[in-house]
Design a protein around this ligand. Sequence first.
Ligand code: UTP
Length: 288
Amino acid sequence: MVKKAIIPAAGLGTRFLPATKAQPKEMLPIIDTPVIQLVVQEAIDSGIDDILIISGKGKRAIEDHFDRNYELEARLNDKQDESMLNEIRRISDMANIHFIRQKELNGLGDAIYYAKQHVGNEPFAILLGDTCIDSVIPVTQQLIDIYEQHRQSVIGVEKVPIEKVSRYGIIDGTKIDERIYKVNNLIEKPSIKESPSDLAIASRYILTPSIFKVLEKTPKGKNNEIQLTDALKLLLEKEDIYSYHYEGKRYDIGNKFEYIKTIIEYGLKREEFKDELVKYLKDITKEI
Ligand code: UTP
């Protein structure tokens, strides 16, 4: 059973400056909901009840968001805004959420290592805190289902256009079932020519606790940081790893243009905005 999730959210968010100078990119709103709240919701909807958020300098707003705010609750109570009051209370009761601070930004692999004690000897999920996924079945649940079949680490992957492989960690895998691959190798940011596939590592993982031993020995790699992909390569020498081409659409809001697209698409999904937004988009594109 996978009962714990780690949400790394300590990064500097340099691709989104200046917005991220004093606020966490994980708190950027998808209209009215911070992206990390959608990520926490995905974990809960996947049956996870214990969440560890890897926090760091300048990330206090994340802790405040998941804490009670009595003054705000009293004000909403006076205004008799019951539905928002319930929503504000629901957010602080969402799950058992813990925080730990990554003291130096030494990369995603290092961030995950901070979860060692909290996780103990169980498999656990990783959900990147700046990426939400729209899907019918929560993606973490999809990966847990594959984990239950194979009892080995499972990496969530998506298909990317071949001209974009050099932006991702790419899986070299053997297809063993519909959407399931047994991983032979992982290659970080390959050129189109050397890329073994178009399957990119895409922000969600279920890992066995063996990853912590491996992380202890993983040297600093690209950007002088401990890369999770490098650790997974070492894990592959000890254990089988599977990857699953999950069903869902990923929105990585750490990138400015992706963020613009995310707001528009989530706006179109909301009944109260849909018609007006469609009309607005048609009108302004005519003007261009
Ligand atoms: P990214 O590489 O997208 O985050 O990591 P970043 O380093 O903040 O981004 P840029 O390139 O400077 O814009 C994906 C997730 O992992 C977390 C980030 O907060 C993000 O949610 N992360 C990354 C950590 O928790 N610690 C790190 O050392 C690096």
